[in-house]
Design a protein around this ligand. Structure first.
Ligand code: MSP
Length: 514
């Protein structure tokens, strides 16, 4: 039995630069998965937002000589407006500078302190400002962080969270929940990591060095570590300590999914579960970990590295729906991949202009020209099915596609689900080539032509319903051209509206030229 409440999150993005294709990728995937769960009848909540504290942000504001709160407001607004243009429908745009969040994080810290899970000691090691992560000598690669970033040595009095105390409990959780982290190789990585003794986590920064953060409730000379603050958003954003019902519905019951990039696996798979265990709260159901979008030098696309693709600039070339389709279907989830505008163009033209769009254009032109836009009802009687084996097989394939599609989405396998639709559309194209309704019309076999057109439109109608969460604008257009009125929910066979006049429209997906 599937749980009825669905809660999905993206990471909170650092605001020291603007959104790029890498961050847009995570956000679009979360949006699409959220819309699908809504479509399948779940009660959903989608949280995204910005991570505004810490040394990195403080430095960025200082470099620009802007008061830090103004800087955060500006940059956060920048993310918001990009998400709007990408048609992202979040329920909450979370900011770590929210007053309620700061208060809740202090209460969380106090709870951990009172439970004896926080103690003071001296920290000595390395710190990477760019990753906002502490490293020990054994983590270093050629004197740099594992991600190749600059490190600074640190020695200071600090507060520690007893993460080591939860090592066994976390190991057991992973053993008992083999699909906690997906894909499975990421779960294996963490299980490997846990074979070594877990170090306690330094959760403080002296204000003398980093003042932009949430003050520790038990030591006013320090703020808390930016990761501790940011991770807590996943529960403070859905009412932990403020809205017990919402918190119960979305965290204590239901399904929770954190969508993250592979570079932030350790904070999510180690720090976060240990914090939740210390609070005696359930762990999320899934960490869904994706690879990186690489730049042309085959490095992770990032603010500082080379040719980052601005999603809004890409919208000059690609309509938002085409962009969402490409990102959801053609970026392999568990691998790193270099994406160029010409690759995007090729994939979009192939599947949308020459595929889906072209099928609809051909069908509608034939119906409009030869039947004044109307088809007659075709009955799928036993005799019909015997006489029309091709149509029967396509109908079976369509129904199987719907079933498998839903299953893939419950398993959060978005690209695989969309691949099924692409496959079905390819089969539909082949069917049209083989049966050639235009030839039937030429030969005045109108009955046969109408059967082919009807079968094709029924498949197209079902595909458009299933693709609505990915391409809401274009699929709304297509469905209304097909006469679909209600909220596009009827994916069973035989709901095509024969009373609707089909007109040959403007191309749905105009070919993108060089
Ligand atoms: N602020 C932290 C997250 C705190 S969540 C409690 C952070 N922010 S980030 O802005 O650096 O990265 C946010 C997410 O964007 C990460 O999941 C990261 O993997 C993702 N990406 C950033 N660049 C990316 C690519 N080039 N490709 C794919 N994802 C990318 O870490």
């Amino acid at each position: 039995m599937k749980k009825n409440n669905f809660y999905i999150t993206t990471p909170l993005y650092y605001i020291n630069d603007q959104a790029h294709l890498g961050t847009a990728y995570t956000t679009i995937m979360a949006d699409v998965l959220n819309r699908y769960h809504q479509f399948f009848g779940k009660n959903t909540f989608f949280l995204t937002g910005t991570d505004e504290h810490g040394q990195k942000c403080q430095q960025a504001a200082q470099n620009k000589k802007i008061p830090i709160q103004d800087y955060c407001d500006d940059m956060s607004q920048n993310f918001k407006s990009k998400w709007k243009q990408l048609n992202i429908q979040y329920d909450l745009f979370f900011r770590t500078s929210f007053h309620g969040h700061k208060k809740a994080v202090q209460q969380i810290l106090q709870k951990l302190y009172e439970a004896g899970d926080i103690y003071s000691n001296t920290y000595e090691g390395w710190y990477c400002v760019s990753d906002e992560i502490f490293y020990t000598q054994k983590d270093l690669v050629d004197g740099k962080s594992p991600s190749g970033k600059k490190l600074v040595p640190l020695k200071e009095k600090a507060w520690f969270f007893k993460m080591s105390k939860y090592q066994k409990q976390l190991q057991k959780h992973l053993d008992d929940h083999p699909d906690f982290i997906q894909p499975v190789q990421k779960q294996n990585e963490i299980q490997g990591f846990l074979k070594q003794d877990l170090q306690d986590l330094c959760i403080s920064r002296p204000k003398a060095r980093v003042s932009w953060g949430i003050e520790l409730p038990f030591d006013s000379s320090c703020v808390t570590y930016v990761w501790f603050d940011a991770l807590c958003n996943y529960i403070t954003g859905i009412g932990y300590l403020t809205d017990p019902k919402k918190f119960h519905d979305f965290w204590e019951t239901g399904q929770q999914v954190h969508l993250i990039g592979k570079d932030i696996l350790i904070p999510h798979a180690i720090y976060w579960p240990c914090i939740l265990m210390s609070l005696s709260l359930p762990l999320p159901n899934q960490l869904l970990v994706h690879g990186w979008i690489l730049n042309s030098d085959q490095e992770k696309m990032s603010k500082s590295q080379g040719d980052k693709l601005d999603p809004l600039k890409l919208l000059d070339t690609f309509a938002v729906d085409e962009f969402r389709w490409f990102v959801s279907k053609d970026i392999p989830f568990d691998r790193d991949v270099h994406v160029s505008p010409s690759f995007m163009k090729q994939k979009i033209n192939e599947s949308l202009s020459d595929g889906l769009g072209n099928i609809f254009s051909r069908l509608s032109r034939l119906i409009d020209t030869h039947f004044d836009g109307y088809l007659e009802p075709v009955l799928y009687t036993q005799q019909f099915e015997i006489d029309h084996d091709k149509e029967k097989q396509l109908k079976i394939l369509t129904l199987q596609t719907c079933e498998k599609f839903q299953k893939h989405l419950y398993d959060l396998k978005l690209a695989q689900a969309l691949e099924l639709i692409s496959f079905l559309l390819v089969q539909l194209n082949k069917y049209l080539e083989q049966t050639a309704p235009w030839t039937c019309i030429k030969n005045k076999d109108f009955k046969e032509a109408k059967i082919i057109l009807y079968t094709s439109l029924e498949i197209l109608r079902i595909c458009s319903i299933l693709l609505h969460p990915v391409m809401p604008n274009k699929m709304t257009k297509l469905l209304s051209a097909l006469g679909e009125q209600a909220l596009f929910k009827n994916i069973s066979w035989g709901h095509f509206d024969f009373k609707k006049q089909i007109k040959h429209p403007e191309p749905l997906f105009p070919k993108i030229k060089d």
